[in-house]
Design a protein around this ligand. Structure first.
Ligand SMILES: Nc1ncnc2c1ncn2[C@@H]1O[C@H](COP(=O)(O)OP(=O)(O)OP(=O)(O)O)[C@@H](O)[C@H]1O
Ligand SMILES: [Mg+2]
Length: 433
């Protein structure tokens, strides 16, 4: 696989040693531990990663707890599937070729959204607890050969969201000259925010597909380097390599982690990273660069204010929990290629309000495990996933998005002076939350 960034494995190893050293000397704050855990995971050092995330769990850092839990679940899944190495990390491989060039090409670089549903049958027999993926569907699960380009047709439901992205992003990206005529700026980045597991990464990819642009995903570990100035240089390299592949969508996942307040470890200059990112974004000439910047976060309240000013990530879009139509699509996606009886997907969608894509994935996993256990117990190989098993599993599960929606409700009420959370406000009102 073509590693997305110039900071290659050598830098990863430098970062790893640097963070390990900080931890050994008890100088690692929670955020450094989190990054160390992620690096260990990317390098396939799962035991160390679990030890680091376990240490972090004990610290009960509310801001990180959800992510740490997700990382632990992902590592368990990775261990059970036997995937190792850098590409097995939680970040998608970050590569999607323009739709125009390879509309139907098969590729092993497919994002993980359909991956779990395509596990080879043999893998289903791993211990149940190790098969659960608690977070994003791009959790390093086995990748399938499938058409390479994700587009809006792959995103179920969410029509209002698609329309917004179409008007705010895709049209200006495709026809910058019309916007220039009205002196309307079409540059700047798009910030996607919403509860975990609800399709931010998926929609970013689909947006790239609609723009017929190359998709490249960047995470904080791609940027950070241990030496002074190295992170800034990595950031510059990321943008120049993106320009070389234009039209290109650069996707900054978990963009809140770039924030000034959230990185205090050693010589890393978080301010420098944010400043460099701002310089790069402001340097984009939207009429010629054909470079679209998308950031995603579950914690919009933690995104550095400087990133949200005009000309930067100044267009934000709320990615809500999937609506009924989207849930139906996700059930279909997650159950495809699994032995199942004829199913009433509409009923499943109806019974799962506020479930995220990742929650649905989890329910399907649990249902598959139940059927497998039954087969192992009775020897009845012909058993399939049934509507009854899915409905019963659904009854026992709770949507994970409600906690997030409650938290954001507080921000809507007490911290929405700028109107940043207006879309969320409408969503909460319409859904009587
Ligand atoms: N509207 C949708 N249509 C089809 N699939 C969806 C939709 N929304 C989410 N999914 C599926 O749900 C899973 C989770 O989505 P994704 O990884 O994009 O979430 P996310 O918001 O980026 O999560 P995180 O905040 O954890 O990174 C993916 O496997 C994706 O395929
Ligand atoms: Mg994501």
């Amino acid at each position: 696989m073509d590693r997305p960034l110039v900071s290659g494995e050598v830098n990863c190893m430098d970062d790893l040693a640097y963070f390990q050293n900080l931890r050994a000397n008890k100088q690692a704050d929670d955020h450094t531990l989190y990054l160390l855990g992620k690096l260990c995971k990317e390098q396939g050092l799962y035991t160390e990663a679990l030890s680091v995330f376990g240490e972090l769990m004990l610290k009960q850092n509310e801001a990180l707890n959800d992510r740490v839990l997700r990382e632990i679940a992902e590592i368990s899944a990775l261990r059970s599937t036997g995937i190792t190495g850098v590409s097995a990390g939680s970040e998608p491989p970050g590569e999607q070729t323009p739709a125009a060039e390879t509309p139907d090409s098969a590729s092993g670089e497919e994002s993980g959204e359909a991956a779990l549903s395509a596990s080879p049958p043999g893998e289903e027999q791993s211990p149940p607890a190790l098969r659960l993926v608690g977070g994003s569907g791009s959790a390093g699960a086995p990748r399938t050969a499938k058409k390479d380009v994700t587009a809006f047709r792959d995103v179920g439901g969410l029509d209002a969201l698609k329309k917004t992205i179409e008007m705010k992003i895709i049209k200006p990206f495709q026809s910058p000259e019309i916007f220039a005529k009205f002196r309307k700026k079409s540059g700047g980045g798009l910030l996607l925010y919403g509860p975990p597991g609800c399709g931010k990464t998926f929609i970013a990819k689909a947006t790239a597909g609609e723009c017929r642009a190359y998709f490249r995903s960047v995470s904080i570990t791609d940027i950070l380097g241990p030496y002074t100035g190295e992170s800034e240089r990595n950031m510059r390299d990321i943008f120049s390599s993106a320009r070389a592949r234009k039209p290109c969508v650069l996707f900054f996942d978990e963009i809140d982690t770039l924030g000034f307040n959230r990185l205090k470890a050693g010589s890393m200059s978080a301010r420098g990273i944010v400043d460099q990112l701002l310089t790069e974004i402001e340097g984009i000439d939207s009429s010629t660069d054909k470079l679209l910047i998308i950031g995603a976060t579950n914690m919009p309240w933690d995104v550095d204010d400087a990133l949200r000013r005009p000309g930067r990530f100044d267009r934000s879009v709320f990615v809500p929990p999937p609506d009924q139509e989207a849930r139906e699509a996700i059930f279909r996606l997650k159950l495809a290629d699994r032995p199942a009886e004829p199913l009433d997907y509409g009923a499943l969608a109806k019974k799962s309000p506020f479930f995220s894509g990742a929650d649905i994935e989890h329910v399907v996993e649990l249902a598959a495990e139940r059927v497998l256990e039954e087969i192992l117990r009775t020897g009845r190989q012909e058993l399939k996933i049934s509507q009854r098993v899915l409905m019963e599993t659904l009854s026992a599960e709770r949507p994970s998005t409600l906690g997030w929606l409650k938290t954001i409700g507080d921000y809507v009420r007490y911290a929405n002076q700028t109107g940043f959370y207006n879309e969320v406000e409408t969503y909460l009102r319409e859904n009587k939350l």
